[in-house]
Every structure is written in C-alpha cells, then in structure tokens.
Design a protein around this ligand. Sequence first.
Ligand code: ARG
Length: 462
Amino acid sequence: MTEKQTWSQRFESALHPAIARFNASISFDIELIEYDITGSQAHAKMLAHTGIISHEEGEALFNGLERVRQEYRQGQFQPGVDAEDVHFAVEKRLTEIVGDVGKKLHTARSRNDQVGTDTRLYLRDQIQQIRQQLRDFQTVLVDIAEKNVETLIPGYTHLQRAQPVSLAHHLLAYFQMAQRDWERLEDVCKRVNISPLGCGALAGTTFPIDRHYTANLLHFDNVYANSLDGVSDRDFAIEFLCAASIIMVHLSRLSEEVILWASEEFRFVTLKDSCATGSSIMPQKKNPDVPELVRGKTGRVFGHLQAMLVIMKGLPLAYNKDLQEDKEGIFDSVNTVKACLEAMTILLQEGLEFRHQRLATAVTEDFANATDVADYLAARGVPFREAYNIVGKVVKTSIAAGKLLKDLQLEEWQQIHPAFAADIYEAITPRQVVAARNSYGGTGFVQVRQALLNARTQLIVK
Ligand code: ARG
C-alpha cells in the first residue's frame, strides 16, 4: 500500500498490505455509511451550535456530507480497503469535496463514539423494519386462522396424538409468539436508542460540546451517562441478537411443523408449486425447501449471539478493536431474520394448502377423545383418577377389539360404568371435544373467536 494512513504521522512506514486488509472493516461497515453521514451531520451542527466551529464551517461540513451521501447513492463513491473503515472513508471524501474545513469534522469526537452511534442508528432502523415484518406475519396468521376456526387438527404432546384442536388455535399460538417478539424488540430499542456520541475516545472531550443537542437531532431518547460505558457497551447488540434468536426459534418451530405436515406420514398440507422445489433425480418429489432453510438459518443467528457474548466477556474498559467484530454478526442476523420472516409470510400466504378432508379424517381415527370420556364420568360424580383408570381399560379393550371409542355399543359402555348414557356419543365427537374446552385460552370455538378478535385489536397497534 502506497498511501500512509490517516493516523500515520507517528509511524515511519505504511501498513503491510496484508495487515491493512486484516485491519480494515470497510468491506462490511460500508453498510453503515448513511448512518455515519447522518451522525456526522448532527455532530457538525453541534460544533457550530456550540461555537466550536463557525456557522459557515458547520454548513460547509453538513452540505459536503450530503454530497458524499448523494455520490454514494449514485454509485460514484465506492471506497476501497485503503480507507480502512467507513468513518475514515467518509471523512476523506468530505475533505476532498469541501477542502481543509473537512479536517475540522472530527473535532471533539473519536471513531469509538462514532461507530457506536452509527451501529445504534442502524439497529434502530432495522428493528422498526423487523417489527413491521412481524406485523405482516401476524396478519397472515390471523387471516388463515379466521377461515379455520372450525377446521380441526390433531393436537400433540410428545409428538403423540393428544387432543384435537381448532387449526385457528394452533396458528394463533404462533401469533402470540410473534406478539412477544414484537414487544421484545420495542423493549430492546429502549437500550439501543441511547447516544454514545460525545463520549470521545473513552474519557469525554475538552471541548464544550452539547451531547443532548446531537442526541435530539438524531432522535435518541437519552445519552450515555458514563463515557467509558458509552464507547464500550454492546449490551444493546447482545439484546438484539437475543431477540433475533428468539424470533428464529419461533420461525424454526413453525418450519418444523410445516415440514412434518407436508410429509407423506402426515399429509396435513400440500405445498404449492410457487413455494416448493423439486429433486434433480427423483421426479415425484416436492421438497419443503423454504421451511428447511429457515430452520437451517436459525443456527447462524444463534451463532452470532454466542459470538457476541464471547467477544465481550474478557474485554477490559474501554474500546478494544475486538468490538469491530460486532458488525458482521449484527448485519447477518438482521438480514437473516428479515429474509426468513418474508419467506415464511409468503409461504403461509400462498404456499400452503391445508388438506381439510385429510384433517377431518385424522381427528376421528384415534383415541384423542379418551380424556373426554374420563371428563364425562368425572362430571357425573366419578372421581377423576378413578375415571381415568376406567377409561384406560376401555382404550385397552377397544384396541384389542380393533375398535375406536365411537364404535362401542351403548351396552358395552354401560358394562364399563352405569353412568354412561346415549349422550356419550355426542360428547366424544371431535367437534364436541374441541368445543367443550371453553376454558380461558383454550381451544373451544367461543374462546378461539374471542382470541381472534383480540388478535385483530392487537394488530391495530403499529
Ligand atoms: N472500525 C472500527 C470499529 O468498527 C471503528 C472504531 C475504531 N477505533 C479505534 N480506536 N481503532 O470498531
């Protein structure tokens, strides 16, 4: 490398080219450029406002920075590795555009508080975008749920048929997870949206800056109270990665269900051509690549969370270059979560068809109504544990006879227990089994309809 670095007056020779490449972050922190420019514009305004530079100088810096932004947007400004990072790149280009006044921009500031500011502005933006995507995802869940209140689907525990539920109830479980994700991100944003600008390299600055002025311009809610903490805190990144990981847990669980449902063993859904792929060798196949990819991509987001925790755990105060390693994980997590939310929303919206006939059969072909027989007896005065044991025997003899509960004759029921009457047949139909679970938050149709209304109300909050 021919040029010496910005900081190089102290240095005799230029960086070894390989070390320059190793040290540089421009290849990825270019993602921050617009936030870097916005942050610098606020800083320039503050410098003028406080009299640290003149108003003319402040204006020249502001307008010059705006030019850098336009050049970047138009593809005319593409900094290379010699710029080291996005902060140097912007400052250098600014100085080329506005002349020597450009060299005043970095007064009372360090790249340490600068990069923290940029990353927070970026994350704040991305969090709002992800929250909007969560809303879209939730809306599609409710749309499908509304059409399927009376569609029944086997409910499972231990992946064994347990009790049938309303398909709407099943889908609304994911609505609730997404609702928590949406709220969690709002909460994370409270810690993201604090300004480190003006913390300087680590100890503050000798200039009479106004940190609240820049914080206001940049719409931060508050400023860091301690400069050492301000430049070295990455809790907000850890929290974001944690929230992102939980979103991925939810998407991955839904993915797993879709993959199971689409299998020949379940046959609960058909994958539509627009969201499924074929095999290069087995012509009969239709593969659930979308949910598989979502499930697979979950691992990388978890990995970024783990990496961020490990990056932080041994760092002495204040800034250390290790912190440059925060960015790729944050960017990749943001991009992954956004891509997965988009793909899953499309998959639900137009890639899945529930096989109603098959579902209707599935809920009648097992002993998922056994609890209801026990409840039937318990409601007629038999202590539940006793009723449970009686029904256990009924299931055993039915299996031996190759029958389902609905196939037992009334006499057979009454031999088991005299409390059984003709209304036992209605009590064990899948529809009644579901309808009867009318406890708050249960799958009973009345509950599910109320849950749908509540969900629609929650969606009004943007
Ligand atoms: N590229 C650096 C980073 O991402 C910017 C801060 C550099 N600060 C320093 N003291 N070398 O962390």
